[in-house]
Ligand binder design. Structure first.
Ligand code: D41
Length: 678
């Protein structure tokens, strides 16, 4: 296209095109050309610049990483101080903030303030100075008055434009924002560090700070940093809109990234709703946030309010509960799970973290204990993010007391006393007691009764433990022999609940084969694998008799799962247990194995989101699965198609970003009509 342009014109054209693509890729997250095409354009520009060095300019996309390592950073003083944020820790603090704002503005009792809401990114605050649309300087916030010149480093961050888009920007524009690392970028960076035998970073914030502090911009360039704008500082030679949200949208229009969650709401109740909504979304966001920033949206109101000491009166950060806290490791105990896995569990001095009081945390396995080098008596950082089980993430070595005791894997199962075995190639240690171990027995029964298996209402964990402890149940099939009088005699039971329980147990006899197979608790055989097995083999006999080779023909079954299934059905006590269940009256309708030809969607992954009005989600799921498709709960690169009904939200948005085909319910019905055997 550019064959016969003069070099200076071709260079200009290439820069404009590359700038656009860069923007689409890093800011909008919507690439429009393949990476290879981008690389070709970039190489062509580089070639032209090498041949015509007089054409090189600082805002050329080729000039992101440049210069020799610095000796040190130069101090700069901010022409306008970068203010700090006051914190609120609860709704009372927020109510008081809103009251102060309204009082100062002399507003009536019923008047509502409009607030701009943004997630508070956990990163490093910076200032970017654009002169005539060209990035001139980048600086850290520092103490708000004095920061450090990190121009060479900020230039390497792809979401920071070297030149603003458009031409309607003020001639001098200071953009303020947060530089951060996404969770995914952080994981990858640490993975790389681990592989290179280097020390891992403790969290994305530290990794971002460390990356910005590099004197050699070539190192910073390799770090997955991003920048999101949150306000402006000095503005000269141009006008900006009269409210915060519109200012940020304008910055976005000039090519800067802003937070897509930003919203304007009226009145404190809506602020609290926004806070709640984002708190629920916190873990699924691609970056870490530690609260929500609320700002009076109207600039003239901001001006009236002014600031005290170093924080504006018109803004506040409503913090989320901390997800990491420091506490003492009181002891390490070993728990035995359904498959015999012996898991070290940390007993902690109770600590409030992630919104709840935590006194136990998993240590996963002995490899993890060794990796953390954790000892009883240590001070540890405990993390609880969302509904995930609390974890010990690190030991504070400086605080290790004298006589801290090493954690040793017991030689014998703490429950049944059988040998504990540890395979060379496996992280988990296992109790060799099998179903003679009370712990494994209890877990096996809990699993059999669980919702996705036989779904026995009223048979909770505590009850199973009591029934095993007082000898009413030895093996799963004994469930079907329970006697009313003995059950009713249990603690907190009584006549009525015993009757209900026995009825629920009786009702569970009528089941379907996939639930039954899942309920057996074969290692690595989840709900989906159980379904695949039934779809492939049709009968329990066929699954029982299949060898490893045949098992591996089943979609989703690899060599390890095949091994576990085969081993399970070779063990006499397992076969006895299955036979006992059948003898007790557990039954299911026979299914016909389906030919691969009847499974046109084999290997395809579908995601259902929003309301499916005529089908309903569970029917849609069943029918898609019957055609061989996998139905997953989340959208990823591996998703082949998203079915979106009314009310679809983030999953639909993600599908669009990833350019995954989306159909509606009508589309799904047409597909089913097409593929289902008539
Ligand atoms: O996301 C953030 N970390 C963030 C920080 C944000 N979204 N908005 C902010 N707004 C301000 C004011 C109100 C002073 C313009 C901030 C910060 N300040 C801030 N970051 C570090 C210190 C202050």
């Amino acid at each position: 296209m550019t064959e016969n342009l003069a070099p200076q014109h071709e260079v200009q054209k290439l820069r404009a095109v590359l700038q656009q693509h860069n923007h689409r890729y890093y800011v909008l997250d919507e690439p429009s050309i393949p990476d290879a095409e981008y690389d070709r354009l970039f190489q062509r520009l580089k070639q032209l610049e090498t041949q015509n060095p007089e054409l090189i300019t600082a805002d050329s996309p080729t000039q992101r990483v440049g210069g020799e390592p610095l000796q040190g950073f130069t101090q700069i003083s901010h022409q306008m101080p970068m203010l700090s944020l006051d914190n609120a820790f609860n709704e009372t603090d927020m109510g008081e903030f809103d009251r102060r704002v309204r009082d100062r503005l002399g507003l009536s009792e019923t008047a509502e303030i409009e607030y701009a809401c943004e997630p508070k990114l956990d990163g490093i605050a910076v200032s970017l100075l654009y002169r005539d649309g060209v990035l001139e300087r980048g600086a850290t916030r520092g103490d708000g008055t004095t920061g450090e010149d990190i121009s060479l480093n900020v230039r390497t961050i792809p979401s920071i434009p070297l030149k603003l888009l458009g031409d309607d920007w003020p001639s001098l524009l200071e953009v303020r924002g947060e530089i951060y690392m996404t969770k995914a970028g952080f994981e990858q960076l640490n993975q790389r560090a681990l592989e290179a035998d280097e020390k891992a970073f403790v969290n994305p914030r530290n990794a971002a700070a460390g990356s910005l502090r590099q004197l050699d911009p070539r190192i910073t360039a390799q770090r997955p940093l991003e920048m999101c704008a949150y306000s402006v500082g000095v503005v000269d030679g141009g006008e900006l809109p009269g409210n915060h949200v519109d200012i940020l949208r304008r910055l976005n229009h000039w090519g800067l990234k802003i937070n897509p969650e930003m919203a304007a709401v009226s009145g404190m109740p809506h602020c609290l709703e926004y806070y709640q909504r984002l708190a629920e979304k916190r873990n699924s966001l691609p970056y870490e946030i530690d609260g929500i920033v609320f700002k009076v949206n109207d600039l003239s109101q901001q001006q009236q309010l002014g600031f005290v000491s170093r924080a504006p009166r018109w803004a506040i950060a409503h913090k989320f509960p901390a997800q990491e806290e420091l506490t003492e490791l009181l002891d390490v105990e070993f728990q035995v799970g359904r498959t015999g896995a012996v898991t070290p569990v940390a007993r902690l001095r109770p600590v409030f973290v992630g919104g709840v009081t935590v006194s136990n945390a998993t240590l996963h396995n002995m490899d993890e204990v060794e990796r953390l080098d954790v000892r009883v008596g240590d001070w540890v950082i405990v993390r609880r993010a969302g509904d995930v089980i609390p974890q010990v993430v690190r030991v504070v070595m400086d605080k290790r007391p004298e006589g801290a005791r090493a954690v040793v894997l017991p030689k014998h199962c703490p429950v049944c006393g059988a040998q504990v075995e540890r395979d060379e190639d496996e992280a988990a240690a296992r109790c060799s007691g099998g179903l003679s171990c009370d712990a494994q027995r209890k877990e096996a029964i809990k699993h059999y009764a669980s919702r996705k298996a036989m779904d026995i209402d009223g048979l909770g964990d505590k009850l199973v433990e009591m029934l095993v402890d007082n000898g009413q149940i030895q093996q799963i099939a004994d469930l079907y022999k329970l006697e009313h009088a003995r059950v009713a005699g249990l603690e907190r039971m009584g006549d009525k609940s015993a009757e209900n329980l026995l009825q629920a147990i009786e009702a569970s006899k009528e089941t379907v084969l996939p639930r039954f197979i899942y309920g057996l608790g074969i290692r690595e055989v989840g709900e989906a694998t159980a379904k695949s097995l039934v779809r492939f083999f049709g009968t329990l006999e066929a699954v029982r008799e299949a060898d490893e080779e045949l098992l591996q023909q089943v979609p989703d079954v690899g060599p390890i799962v095949a091994r576990h299934i085969s081993v399970f059905f070779q063990q006499p006590h397992n076969l006895e247990s299955v036979d006992a269940l059948i003898a007790a009256g557990v039954r299911w309708p026979e299914e016909q194995p389906k030919e691969a030809a009847a499974q046109p969607l084999l290997g395809k992954t579908y995601v259902l989101t929003g309301t499916l009005e005529s089908l309903g989600r569970s029917e849609a799921k069943e029918r898609l699965e019957a055609l061989g498709a996998k139905v997953s709960g989340s959208v990823s690169k591996k998703t082949d198609c998203v079915v979106a009904g009314p009310g679809a939200g983030s999953k639909l948005a993600k599908a669009q970003t990833l350019e995954i085909p989306v159909i509606d319910e009508a589309g799904l019905l047409a597909l089913l009509a097409d593929l289902e055997p008539s």
